[in-house]
Design a protein around this ligand. Structure first.
Ligand code: RP5
Length: 155
């Protein structure tokens, strides 16, 4: 009977070669560059907690294929949570959640055309139909999205 092959240091190294050890665990996406001032608060909170993240601008309405590709590949790329901020008829968090099993945290945002102080975006995000959940934090409260992401990650 042949001896089981023991992994040598070199073979383990080659297994890990090409794997990004510092790959981001949280993806922060938003529907417009105009959302950046509000969404930067999520990035700042994750920075302070030492949680790797990436920031992307992509609109569910203007770039639907980009959003679908991003969400479909997110888990495979090592992301564990997605934070999605959008204003007005804020479809982005729901569209992301439709294309990934990862937990999605929506951040309803105010914008120049918001009605009722962002109630439009709040309802768009919170009122997802049964089966495709999106967690929803308060209007413009991107910091809480980051704190919730940290709790989901258990760090
Ligand atoms: C949404 O429309 C964005 O998330 C943003 O909050 C709002 C306004 O976008 P801009 O017109 O400033 O690009 O899609």
């Amino acid at each position: 009977m042949s001896e089981p092959e023991l992994a040598t240091e070199t073979s383990v190294e080659s297994e890990f070669e090409g794997m990004e050890v510092d790959a981001p665990r949280v993806g922060i996406v938003m529907g417009s560059k105009s959302d950046m001032p509000a969404m930067e608060k999520a990035a700042k909170e994750l920075d302070e907690r030492g949680i790797g993240h990436e920031v992307r601008v992509m609109s569910a309405h203007r770039d639907p294929d980009t959003v679908a590709d991003y969400a479909k590949n997110a888990k495979m790329r090592g992301l564990r949570v997605i934070i999605a901020g959008a204003g007005l008829s804020a479809a982005l968090p729901g569209v992301v959640a439709a294309h990934t099993e990862l937990p999605v945290i929506g951040v309803p945002l105010t914008s120049s055309m918001s009605i009722a102080g962002g109630l439009d975006a709040l309802l768009s995000i919170a009122q997802m139909p049964p089966g495709v959940p999106v967690a929803c934090v308060g209007v413009d409260n991107a910091k809480n999205a980051a704190v919730l992401a940290a709790r989901i990650l258990g760090v």
